[in-house]
Design a protein around this ligand. Structure first.
Ligand code: SAM
Length: 333
């Protein structure tokens, strides 16, 4: 697919064929398998000012929290006991967790025989290197948009080139590397989303997270409209068609925007779900956008419903670490 064809599909209303094709490709290259990742949102302190994000440093209404090192490790143990094979640690950009603290947490979690994904934002090469040496396997850092002008508008005091550099550093350090975007940002064109998709391919990402923008009432973007569900789904499907063997989550933002959004995404190219195991007192304050609709891994009924949902579309839950197939192929070269 070239850029012109990508744009045509992104603009088209007649898309059932593209969703079906993405589903076929996912099943052919990744199997009838869904990978589950247990997500721990361990701090909502953030030094960044991303205009769209509810935990940005300017939001004085939000109640800030940090889990202690013990709480993070205990939560990871709960996840491992529930059978999760991957744990994802996510936070705002919080310098309280320095190299020493992070490496201690990483080492302890790696004793649980799980794959570990980090999503901590932009760090120095030294930090990324130390986390890797302590056992971290994967890193998620969405580029958010590849349109540098739009990036600059959305991220005061941040540097697009540095975010890009971080991604290439993570690759160089041999992380299984994930990136992604928000769709439906104000002033984001279809042309720009096509460029984003082509960037995923050029960067040869191992994981791609795509979620619609959802306005947070305590941000300056509170009055902008939500991203469009179909557009986000088309972006997922095209990404799958172009990158058959990567991992693509059915993001919480998709489920938040539309009931059954997760299931629809799993039938349109996605192959990963990230149930949230953050302790309840903390989870409600990790409000990057309102009314987040993820699966709670603290609730047996919700996990059971997820299992049934996955079975209902002819899939099974993976029993392995769920390393992306293009990462394995790169390593085998
Ligand atoms: N600090 C880390 C980073 O910058 O990558 C991880 C945490 S950040 C809150 C996780 C993701 O949330 C971002 O990459 C962004 O795409 C998404 N996000 C934040 N605010 C959002 C909003 N209002 N609507 C949809 N997604 C949002």
């Amino acid at each position: 697919m070239n850029k012109k064809e990508i744009i045509e599909i992104l603009k088209s209303n007649n898309t059932s064929e593209i969703f079906q094709k993405a589903d076929e490709i996912r099943r052919k290259y990744c199997g009838n398998i869904v990978h589950l990742r247990a997500l721990i949102e361990f701090s909502n302190f953030c030094k960044r000012q991303c205009l769209y994000c509810g935990i940005n440093s300017k939001n004085i209404k939000i109640k800030r929290y940090r889990l202690s090192e013990d709480e993070i490790i205990k939560t990871a143990k709960q996840a491992a006991n529930l059978g999760f094979k991957t744990i994802v640690l996510q936070s705002g950009e919080d310098d309280y967790f320095d190299i020493k603290k992070m490496c201690f947490i990483i080492e302890k979690i790696k004793e649980l025989n799980v794959a570990l994904t980090l999503s901590l934002g932009e760090k120095t090469k030294e930090e990324y290197k130390a986390y890797k040496a302590s056992g971290a396997d994967r890193y998620l850092l969405r580029i958010e948009t590849t349109n540098e002008k739009l990036y600059k508008k959305m991220h005061p005091n941040a540097d697009f080139q540095n975010r890009l550099k971080c991604l290439y550093t993570l690759k160089e350090l041999n992380y299984e590397t994930g990136t992604g975007i928000m769709t439906g940002l104000p002033e984001q064109s279809i042309n720009s989303i096509a460029d984003d998709i082509l960037f995923f391919k050029k960067f040869n990402a191992n994981m791609i997270g795509i979620g619609p923008f959802i306005p947070h009432p305590d941000t300056v973007m509170k009055n902008y409209p939500c991203g469009n569900f179909e557009l986000a789904l088309k972006t997922v499907a095209i990404t799958r068609i172009l990158m058959p063997n990567i991992n693509i989550p059915a993001t919480t933002a998709l489920e938040t925007l539309l009931k059954n959004g997760r299931k629809i995404a799993l039938k349109s190219g996605a192959n990963v779900v990230m149930p949230n195991i953050t302790p309840n007192f903390a989870k409600e304050n990790y409000s990057i956008y309102p009314n987040k609709q993820g699966v709670s891994a603290n609730n047996i009924n919700e996990l059971e419903n997820l299992k049934n949902e996955i079975a209902s579309i002819g899939d099974v839950i993976s029993k392995d670490f769920g390393t992306s197939k293009n990462f394995i192929a790169q390593k085998d070269l």
